[in-house]
Design a protein around this ligand. Sequence first.
Ligand code: PLP
Length: 482
Amino acid sequence: MEKQIKALEKVALGLEPSIKTLRKWNDKVTDYGLKFIDEIYDKPAYQKADEKDLQRLENFTIEEEGKSISKVLKVIERSIDSNNINPASGGHLGYIPGGGIYPSSLADYLVDISNRYAGIYYAAPGAVKLENQLIRWVASLINYPKTATGNIASGGSIANLIAITTARDAKNITSKNITKSVVYLTKQVHHCIHKALIIAGLREVIIREIDVDDKFRMDIKNLKKTIKRDRKNNLNPFMIIGSIGTTDVGAVDPIDDIAELSKKHDCWFHIDAAYGGFFVLVDQLKQLFKGVEKSDSIVLDPHKTLFLPYGCGMVLVKDADALHHSHQYTAPYMQDAEDNDYDRSPAQLSPELTKHFRGMRMWLPLQLFGLKPFKACIAEKWKLTKYFYTEVQKLGFEVGPVPELSVAIYRYVPKGTDANEFNKNLVDLIKEDGTVFVSSTMIDEVYWIRIAIVSFRTHLKLIKKYLRILERSKNKLLKELK
Ligand SMILES: *Cc1c(COP(=O)(O)O)cnc(C)c1O
């Protein structure tokens, strides 16, 4: 027996290479990472995937014997890191771009090595405290009370799901009243809200799409009228969902007005601020957040407007007990894990038990950089969008509403041809060029090109470059029309 165990041990030790080997791997990996960053401003934001490169990955199968780090990095470079959208590029201006500030990668490195069990206070009080400190810090930014709590989830979708699940239970929505219960939102709400409603078992609730005004914000009069009518018809209005920064146009709903109405009708008021939340760091934009502290729950994505790499969304819930009630459970084998009211365990506040210690990737950059550059960077994105909005009109483009945050929509309306088709072709040409990547949207059957300036690497020079590309591409298409 011992002999067999020893024989297995000998092979198993392959999982614990020498420090010398680790150093070699580290060097190769950091060389790759630093080269990537060094070249990022010259690399395209969009580069159509080569089928051969994807096939190479397909053929790079898992085998009994390991491969060399150089071989592996080569595949990563060719088959993964250089096809389609490059989210690390400042030229990524489509959808809602992500970030990727460097210290987060070091944080991931550190937490992957120590592998702290950040789901439970008892197991890792320091790790849990660190995450709760971040939650308390963000809560203080939006003036939530000290008793509020939350969770650092993998992203905004899961964070929204956690909030909606909590609202469901807090308002006691069960099989007995579900078909009479009503949720209020606008057409502009992010699609993950609808997914969350379905996943939370709320497929059968009544969803009222409230009208929007000319800036795509929830029309408070229409909301008032709709709730009143529903109450008269003996329905059960239980949740209103507002947005701080819609995906299409970056619209901010009238938060304070919704909060008042919500209170009056005893509804849960949830805010999806996954994109726009961290604009609260810009003093001149504070008025958009008026009344935010009156909401019951809110979602902010550090992997968007705090420029972190993907994998970090935060939900805050004012009533800590409500969040806890919907997500806690005990088991006999967990009896040693004591809980603590000040630093509650993430495992009792989210669907996860064992989890990535993702707070570190937010904490380390904030500690190393301090707040100053974050504030400047987010204010810069806001100003760049205003600049673009002015300049694009000088090129003859029609624009949507004045951007409140850092998303703007625009389109060129040519004479004698279908504008939707024209703008679609324009986006294709921009993609072909690849310097920047932009996405589009349909609003009431009108095709709009979007710009979303969220990447920490997007600066004035690039926006000027994009304006030139836009002008050149538009002129090229116009010429072809003749
Ligand atoms: C991105 C986004 C989401 C979804 O968040 P993920 O982090 O992508 O899961 C939800 N709402 C809004 C407004 C968003 O911009």
